[in-house]
Design a binder for this molecule. Structure first.
Ligand code: MN
Length: 332
């Protein structure tokens, strides 16, 4: 079951992922008494028995802990905190958290602004590349995209994604970057973390797109958050061009602005096409994710093409490689 959410990663990757999770957002708003009542009622099923000192209630949701205090302050913690916060922040006073980097504080009404959003696909899949897309959605286009059914690609079928992506790539200015497995493995071998690869790709996609739409400028840039903002910029140190101005980060960015959702759809589409192509080269259908079916497919590849062929098809450092080798050599 665990594999479904978290592909089997190497120790270093696990540490990295944990670190990312722990440093992610922690947001505070101040709400009027009436609204506090509404919130308590809204979260009634998730409210815990114990309340912290000075607290009114503590609710635990998937990926978000909400602590409400008698002072009217409500704290949202965890990787999904922005999704919950969005339900309330419109009518609340957003408290600035000094420890937090500027990047984490979203502009008010961000979902209605003209935004460049970026997202990536393929990071948890053993087979296939990482694809990163940045796309530009102007505020006038938001109703049309909503009508089209643009939303988080995780909630769409492959067929829907292909159909939507075909429309989006003719409607929106976008930049697509694909990191092929061979290149991924080279970088990984040199000690680069997946987090850094993603940061480099997002940065490059954003720079490309900004150049494409110039002299027009978006009202803000939203990156679907995968590390804390300061870590993201640390990864970019030494890059010639760092896109930093007006850049914001949010987990679940797809639900914050349609530009991130559109990017996730285009990135997914590019990933699906790459998987088809790799599958043709492999002569077998390559499964997504990093579960047992993936191990078996990789074992077939080893048997037919030799272990070295994996460099071209897979993210070699995933634990799937060892499992596949065991299967392949057992059946010999
Ligand atoms: Mn994402």
């Amino acid at each position: 079951m665990k594999d479904f959410f978290h592909p089997r990663l190497s120790m270093n990757q696990k540490k990295e992922t944990l670190k990312e999770r722990n440093t992610l957002s922690n947001r505070v708003i101040k709400v009027p008494a009436q609204m506090m009542k509404k919130m308590k009622d809204y979260y009634k099923d998730d409210i815990q028995e114990k309340t912290p000192p000075g607290g009114l209630f503590l609710a635990r949701l998937e990926g978000c802990t909400i602590t409400a205090y008698r002072s009217g302050k409500v704290m949202f913690q965890g990787r999904n905190c922005n999704t919950e916060l969005l339900k309330w922040e419109k009518d609340a006073e957003v408290m600035t958290n000094k420890k937090r980097t500027a990047g984490n504080h979203l502009p008010p009404q961000i979902s209605q602004l003209s935004i460049i959003g970026s997202d990536e696909v393929g990071t948890g899949d053993y087979f296939g590349p990482i694809t990163v897309v940045a796309s530009y959605v102007k505020k006038e286009q938001i109703p049309t995209l909503t009508t089209l059914g643009v939303k988080d690609s995780k909630h769409l079928s492959d067929t829907q994604i292909i159909q939507l992506a075909k429309t989006l790539i003719t409607t929106l200015p976008y930049s697509l970057l694909t990191l092929p497995n061979k290149k991924y493995n080279e970088l990984q071998n040199k000690g680069m973390t997946q987090g850094k690869m993603k940061a480099l790709l997002h940065n490059q996609a954003l720079n490309h797109l900004l150049a494409k739409i110039s002299p027009e400028k978006p009202e803000a840039i939203l990156v679907d958050q995968f590390v804390a903002a300061d870590t993201y910029f640390k990864y970019l140190q030494g890059q010639k061009k760092i896109c930093k101005e007006n850049v914001y980060f949010s987990t679940n960015g797809e639900s914050v602005h349609l530009a991130v959702a559109a990017s996730s759809i285009i990135a997914r589409y590019a990933f699906l096409k790459a998987m088809d192509q790799l599958g043709r080269e492999a002569g077998i259908k390559l499964p997504k994710g990093a579960g047992h079916r993936v191990d078996k497919a990789a074992a077939i590849l080893i048997a037919q093409k030799g272990e070295a062929a994996l460099t071209h098809f897979t993210k070699l450092h995933f634990a799937n490689t060892e499992k596949a080798k065991k299967i392949a050599f057992r059946s010999l």
